[in-house]
Write a protein that binds this ligand. Structure first.
Ligand SMILES: [Zn+2]
Length: 505
């Protein structure tokens, strides 16, 4: 083939190399052969235009990508057997085998330096890279080191690329270090988390409207939810694959998952995927909250993304499976995952399981499990609620339960029960018995405030087991207060436990 004729193409000039960075705005004649043969032939014919004389032999074909309308042949430049950072040539060929674009970041031959032996060895470079991380540099580990050429303005510098991983916060760094001077050439966080957007209830339409009556029609929950019930939120930590897959949460077990390549999940109740957005957003935020209490890094409770199936059953039931480490939400009645308090109640079971595997194997422990889930949800959303809903949980999920509670809800946290009323019978119901425990925890929150209460209640779980009792649970809260706050709330806590007839022994 012949070289492109001047005036038939356009050029983006390079800044330092004197060679064009891009040649575009043309379409070559139809060429024959495989994409790699076409690419090679085209580069050869236009060697002068591209200033690639003597560079061809430094290029290695790296990849061929086929998109819908074109094929893209990618070469990477090597010099003295070392990769040249970001020095590539790409040739783009349309479906009719015509080249229409070439990009060129290769370093021209006259600029390729002699190979000198580096002043720093790999060990010294690793130390240098680790030291360069700001903040908590503990827990960073070196994944790999590669000796390479690093283009800096119009020269090539012999360098090392060090890949670092750290867990607190989870980050992956690429650090380029000058092999002669130890200078940091470039430092870049590479995990590439994506933020998405979504529409959710926060926590549910009853709280958003401040009036459950407005959401009922002939005693049934309305299908059309007023616009004001929705909040637009940022979905943090997404992998960016278009699914609700993230650093802390995934909806992977869900059937018929919603997929949005642009990570915009602006769905409404009734749309497929709305409950997935709900589960993702609320679980992710709750896990971040737990992290903010101090359970992060080596102390983090959720080391793997927490998985949620938002349409796992048609029944009106939800659960956490300790075996699968997975949350499942039912779609019967008001869909469980459309009420964030139901989501956080189930999340409470997940917290207990990760701290204390096999929690809830005795009647008292099972009741404490239910009570804690209700407490966690109520505590989380207390500041969102009008006074009359403050001690009710799941007011949307339980909107038709108006014969039991006023305002209607699934459960309350302000019952006056004491341990006297614990049902030890064979047919005892853990949610019923749980009301004693959740009310006790709520008393604690009302007395010492959310920040202290959430901390000592969660921390207490580290010293109890799956067969625990209310009394031991109370002692665990007291011990946590001693360990975290020097026991400064002991008097208040003892008073609460005494009033509720609980231990602490
Ligand atoms: Zn439960």
């Amino acid at each position: 083939m012949k070289a492109l004729k001047p005036g038939t193409y356009r050029v983006v000039p390079g800044r330092y190399y004197g060679s064009p960075k891009e040649v575009w705005g043309f379409r070559s004649a139809q060429l024959r052969g495989t994409p790699q043969a076409i690419a090679k032939e085209f580069i050869k014919a236009n060697m002068k235009l591209l200033a690639l004389k003597g560079v061809m032999k430094t290029l290695r074909r790296e990849r061929i990508i086929r998109s819908l309308g074109a094929t893209h042949v990618i070469y990477q430049q090597y010099h003295e057997k070392l990769r040249v950072n970001r020095a590539y040539v790409t040739v783009h060929i349309d479906r009719n085998s015509r080249v229409y674009l070439i990009k060129n970041r290769a370093v021209p031959r006259h600029m390729l330096p002699e190979l000198e032996s580096p002043a720093l060895d790999e060990e010294a470079v690793k130390k240098r890279a680790l030291k360069s991380l700001r903040g908590a540099r503990k827990k960073a580990t070196v994944l790999d080191v590669e000796k390479m050429w690093f283009p800096k303005a119009d020269s090539l510098i012999l360098a090392y690329r060090v890949r670092l991983h750290r867990v607190d916060p989870v980050e992956e760094w690429l650090v380029h270090v000058d092999a002669q001077t130890g200078r940091i050439l470039r430092s870049f966080e590479n995990l590439g988390r994506v933020k998405g957007r979504g529409l959710v209830f926060d926590p549910n339409p009853v709280i958003a409207l401040g009036d459950h009556e407005k959401l009922l029609q002939d005693g049934k929950p309305k299908r059309r939810i007023p616009k004001v019930a929705y909040s637009t939120v940022t979905l943090e930590g997404l992998k960016g694959n278009g699914y609700l897959d993230g650093q802390r949460v995934t909806t992977e077990p869900t059937r018929n998952r919603v997929h949005r390549p642009d990570n915009q999940f602006m769905l409404k109740s009734g749309d497929r995927g709305f409950e997935e957005v709900m589960a993702y957003f609320h679980l992710d935020r709750a896990i971040r909250y737990i992290e903010s209490l101090g359970y992060r890094g080596a102390r983090s409770l959720f080391k793997e993304p927490l998985a949620a199936n938002v349409n796992g059953t048609r029944k009106d039931a939800s659960w956490y499976s300790p075996g699968l480490k997975r949350l499942t939400f039912g779609t019967g009645g008001v869909k469980d995952a459309s009420d964030a308090e139901t989501i956080l109640h189930e999340f409470g079971h997940a917290i207990q399981d990760v701290i204390c595997p096999g929690f809830g194997q005795s009647a008292q422990a099972a009741a404490m499990g239910e009570g804690f889930g209700d407490y966690f949800a109520a505590s989380f959303f207390a500041s969102y609620k009008p006074e009359k809903y403050r001690t009710s949980v799941m007011t949307w999920d339980g909107i038709t339960w108006n014969e039991i509670y006023d305002p209607p809800c699934v459960r309350r946290l302000d019952e006056k029960y004491t341990f006297e009323s614990f049902d030890h019978g064979r047919w005892a119901e853990e949610h019923e018995n749980g009301l004693i425990w959740s009310a006790t925890l709520w008393d604690i929150r009302e007395t010492v405030g959310r920040a202290v209460a959430d901390r000592i209640i969660i921390e207490g779980h580290f010293q109890i087991d799956g067969f625990t009792t209310f009394a031991r649970g109370a002692r665990a809260v007291l011990d946590a207060d001693r360990n975290l706050f020097g026991g400064s709330h002991e008097g208040q806590l003892l008073e609460i436990f005494a009033w509720r007839g609980i231990g602490p022994v």
